[in-house]
Each structure stands twice: as structure tokens, then as C-alpha cells.
Design a protein. Sequence first.
Length: 116
Amino acid sequence: VPLQASGGGLVQAGESLRLSCAASGSIFSINNIRWYRQAQGKQRVLVAGITTSGTLNYADSVKGRFTISRDNTKNTAYLQMNNLKPEDTAVYFCNAGNIFTGQNSWGQGTLVTVSS
């Protein structure tokens, strides 16, 4: 499923951003959604995930600060990021995994920069 990530930007430490991951097509609801991030010079890592049934998981580094959600009526997933820290600076990617076919789709990244 084609994905479009948006919402990144430059903020100061302690501020918030909300990322969106919009999918085209009518099969969004049968995809698990995950947000990953990749800091410069580092590997891409999982930040948060939400299954088709709404089960959530988070990386320890973002627990209590980030919230992942989805609105299947809008074919969109979100990542609310509060109390941002400089170490959250990265390119954020959304990923959709079809639970029936196993097909994996990636959106283009959106850059989040947090200044201290």
C-alpha cells in the first residue's frame, strides 16, 4: 500500500510534533503499522507499532512521550511526539505490513530535528 509520511520539522527540546502516515487504497485496515527512525550514520530502528487490532508497542526510549494511533476511516496513522529531545532527531519512516500477504510497504521519510 502506498504510504505518505508528513509532519516533520524543526522544533526545540520539550516541544511536540505529530507525524502522519497516509495510505492510499482500501486495505489500510489489514496492515500493521510501524514507525521507524534513522539518525544520521545509524541504523533504522523501530520506534512504535500498532497492530490491526490496536495492540501497541514502543521502544523504551520513547515510552511515555510518544503515542501511536490509527484512524482506519481516514487510512492514516499518527505518531504524536511530546517532550522531544535532541536524541529524537532522525528521519522517521512509516511502514505497513499486510497481515494476510506479508507485503511490506514503506513511505518516504520525514525529517524531525530537535534543537537543544
